[in-house]
Design a protein around this ligand. Sequence first.
Ligand code: KIV
Ligand code: ZN
Length: 528
Amino acid sequence: MNNPNSAAPEANKQRSEKDRVLIFDTTLRDGEQCPGASMTFEEKIEVAELLDDMGVDIIEAGFPIASEGDFHSVAEIAKRSKDSVICGLSRAAFNDIDRCAEAVKHARRPRIHTFLSTSPVHMKYKLQKEPQEVFEMVVAQVTRARNHVEDVEWSAEDGTRTEIDFLCKCVEAAIKAGATTINIPDTVGYTTPAEYAQLFRTVRERVPNSDKARFSVHCHDDLGMAVANSIAGVEGGARQIECTINGIGERAGNCSLEEVVMAMRTRGDIYPYWNNIDATMLTRASKLVSAVTSFPVQYNKAIVGRNAFAHESGIHQDGMLKHTQTYEIMRPEDVGVSKTSLVMGKHSGRHAFREKLKELGYELGDNSLHDAFNRFKALADKKKHVYDEDIVALVDDEIAQAHDRIKIVSLSVVAGTQGPQRATLRLDIDGKVVTEEATGNGPVDAIFNAIKTLVPHTAKLMLYQVHAVTEGTDAQAEVSVRLEEGGKEVSARGADADTLVASAKAYINALNKLSQKRQSVNPQTAAG
Ligand code: KIV
Ligand code: ZN
């Protein structure tokens, strides 16, 4: 692997113009078109501004004829555009093309993208037209668009299922009529990388004026090959990739912008292509599109998923702490993620646990670390996610217990509708293990009664409070207890995945504190 890390993505590449790949983002058109992803006017403006800042070469801002709203958002995006070309989509009908031209006309760099189906199945069933009629429409639509703007893209819809002779004939005619970009979409996500690459080679070889246009890929992800197919198309000679943020789009979506950009960048050793995208903005773009569409990003999604730079297994965490390149082929900061996260869970090892404690501001001695690690493992076995707050609660508890006279050995409780509730508690008091079984009006009352028998005291319970340290039914419970004795109050907390154990811990921690208080006043009278 020549480039094990994306640290110096394209800086070292010889940037020849022939290897430049334009990034055409269609999040606001193909992406917005998919069920449930519609965005408001303001949201579209915000997304477009971010895409422009990120270095997207062409923003397909919408389909102006589709609705008044679409028209206005394309027009506003065009007016506010900075560096990006602003493109609108139109079918072959002249009023469609004219409306599109009207919407993009205020862009610094306007483009009309007009398309027509060329595959036998689309021509016969969808258009219900003969190939010759379709051919004539291609010439007419491109000519009409070219009367409005110089930058015209023509797409052969369902291009990958189009007969090659007819495809070449249409492409040649479109270029002759003035199309500057020719897109051959894999509309139904059917092609394969080798086939798509060959398609571009064949069309470029067979169409006599192919050197007068830029070729474009547009891949759908029905078979999960949109990114691979897009790059294959580029290998076959295409120099524009149509894609969307988070891969949103019709059905299974489109080629994902962040994936295709980072794949070419990270494997620059085999792909000589370059683009203008500022990859450090990818995570921001992903979050924005996810927020405005309410489409969640799958956790394990490449590049922008929340697990993309997270490591849980002990072996991986250990490797990462020794050298990040052991398990990361990209640096998180290169795509705008602040840092790798070591997710603490049941697979985490001691090394990662110690690092996590340092990050949280704890430096434990070897024995305390050993005990805290064992408790963490026990917690991770019970709980799906161990959050930083859980670790803080656990370590605070550990530190509190280190010098305690009274420790819990075990607790079992019988609770439920058939009272009285019963608790069996074993405590270690000054090294001696004692057991008590008690009943009560509820399980907490039973536990506290058992404690009172094993540790007789006159302190009064002033406060008992429970709260969840984190969210979810498997969250750790943190119980706070306040005791009052002779006008003095002590408060203590106990944390555990089991609320009843946390309650016992809190009460006992408070008794330990009270004992320490008494000892400091009169060292002779050790509490019980
Ligand atoms: O998938 C497709 O064919 C399209 C065209 C309009 C380019 O989205
Ligand atoms: Zn599409």
